[in-house]
Write a protein that binds this ligand. Structure first.
Ligand SMILES: [Ca+2]
Length: 280
């Protein structure tokens, strides 16, 4: 983070807001499109006050493939410094500020899966870094795209003649678009594409070997089916119904067991210095 000074018209020297990226940050679009612009950069994207992945507000725009051909990469959403998108939260030196991931949720109503990409660049817009989400996003389903901000991430398919450090040491633009696949060009009907929860994180989620529970960054590796529970290793296990039903029958043995567990817990708390937060 750094600050700069600006000279106002009246001659006073004022301190502008810090211009480094805000990490972590999530653009929820709660109050409007947060100065995110559309494909052409000439208008704000559309905004809805509900319907996001969690029912929250989100933004959307219209994609036309009528004049597109396979291999085209139309940009749909623009979070850019000259628009003051998200109050400048995405602008700055992502490497120095410890950005580990770029995340966002997308949804669309095309009758076929779409391949999304993210592009980041400096304030001049070129060159930039393009990362492709290789798993196509199915229609009508909010899907989270996660891009590790790591030079070794194979999602980065191009740095447009520059390098990973050159782009991510001075991010001014964050853009989301789609890659037009074979057979999609010429589709005659407008497609609505939704966007929400555009985020930069300061930790890297890891769901390796986990199908449920936390991802280490406040997110989830998945949920278990009815009748299952997530164990400590992040694996869904079938709940033993017989055992579960026996719990409410609190007889003397049960009271003794509860007392014993509380005794062990309290002993451990004072023995190791657990904080209140950790216990409860
Ligand atoms: Ca939202």
């Amino acid at each position: 983070m750094y600050q700069r000074t600006c000279t106002a018209l009246c001659g006073l020297v004022v301190t502008c807001a810090a211009s480094g990226a805000t990490v972590p940050f999530v653009e929820e679009f709660n109050a409007g499109p947060s100065d995110w612009f559309d494909a052409g950069g000439g208008a704000l994207v559309d905004w809805s006050n509900s319907g996001g992945p969690d029912g929250s507000p989100h933004v959307f725009t219209t994609l036309s493939l009528a004049g597109a051909t396979s291999g085209d990469t139309p940009t749909l959403f623009r979070g850019q410094d000259r628009f003051s998108s998200s109050g400048g939260a995405f602008e700055g030196n992502w490497i120095a500020e410890g950005v580990e991931e770029l995340r966002f949720f997308v949804r669309h109503d095309a009758p076929f899966p779409l391949t999304f990409f993210a592009r980041c660049s400096g304030p001049a817009n070129f060159p930039g870094a393009i990362a492709v989400n290789f798993v196509p996003v199915f229609p009508n389903t909010w899907t989270e795209v996660v891009i590790a901000i790591d030079s070794a991430n194979p999602q980065f398919v191009s740095f447009e003649g520059t390098s990973f450090p050159a782009v991510f040491s001075n991010v001014g633009h964050v853009q989301v678009g789609v890659s037009v696949a074979d057979g999609q060009g010429g589709f005659p009907f407008p497609i609505t594409v939704d966007l929400d929860k555009v985020a930069i994180t300061d930790c890297a989620a890891d769901c390796t070997g986990r199908e449920c529970g936390g991802d280490g960054c406040g997110g989830s590796c998945g949920t278990c089916a009815l009748g299952e529970q997530c164990n400590a290793s992040g694996v869904c296990e079938t709940v033993d119904v017989t055992e579960a039903e026996a719990v409410p029958a609190m007889d003397e043995w049960g009271m003794f067991s509860l007392s014993f567990i509380l005794f062990i817990a309290l002993t451990y708390k004072f023995g190791t210095g657990w904080s209140e937060k950790e216990l409860f």
